[in-house]
Design a binder for this molecule. Sequence first.
Ligand code: ATP
Length: 212
Amino acid sequence: MPVPTPSPKFRGFYGGTFDPIHQGHLQSALFVQQYCQLDSLDLLPCHLPPHRDSPSSSLHRAEMVRLAIAPYPQLRLNLLELSRHTPSYTVDTLEQLQQQYPGDTLCFVIGMDSLAYLTRWHRWREILTLCHLLVLARPGYSSADGDAPALLQQFGAASFTQLKRAGSGQILLLPNPPVDASATAIRGGQAPAALQISAVQAYIRQHDLYPR
Ligand code: ATP
């Protein structure tokens, strides 16, 4: 009997500094996994973020992600970027992931603020040859910002069904409920508890991560 070929999987990867992870990340990750029916969704803390200075150690940030997603088996922590000792360029990560998951479709998740500046990312054009981009709504940012209009005109997909017809190179805006959380506000002690994750708050206190 012929062995059936497994159908390609849709794998989501949500990269970030996660310094710390908050409800904006968590709620949007849960939304995107369900909305797009992804076969897997990995949260990928970066090791050395290319666009900013000295965050908390990558081990603390990864541990906070692990605590935040512990109740949700549909989300996974991926330590791929922590295993490299170079700046965490997304294009390098996607090349590694393509080798790891040959034949599967990779979807990289970013917020609207990130889309506005995508053309500043290292080898950004190649990113779009390796994956689709799933873009989260984020309060304070719109698809009219920065490079977003030009990118959407060239690469925009009208629906996930349309995006699925291609292996890469499409950008889809997601209708996720907006959550007005930012890691900057948490580090500055200005974020309401409802926008934070209680297990992460306890970890931050225990390790005195953001002393003021
Ligand atoms: P900081 O305030 O330190 O810049 P951040 O809150 O933006 O951090 P990051 O870890 O830098 O968090 O974000 C990782 C990814 O998650 C980015 O693509 C960002 O656009 C997206 N993101 C962050 N917060 C939200 C949010 N509240 N809603 C939707 N997307 C978000």
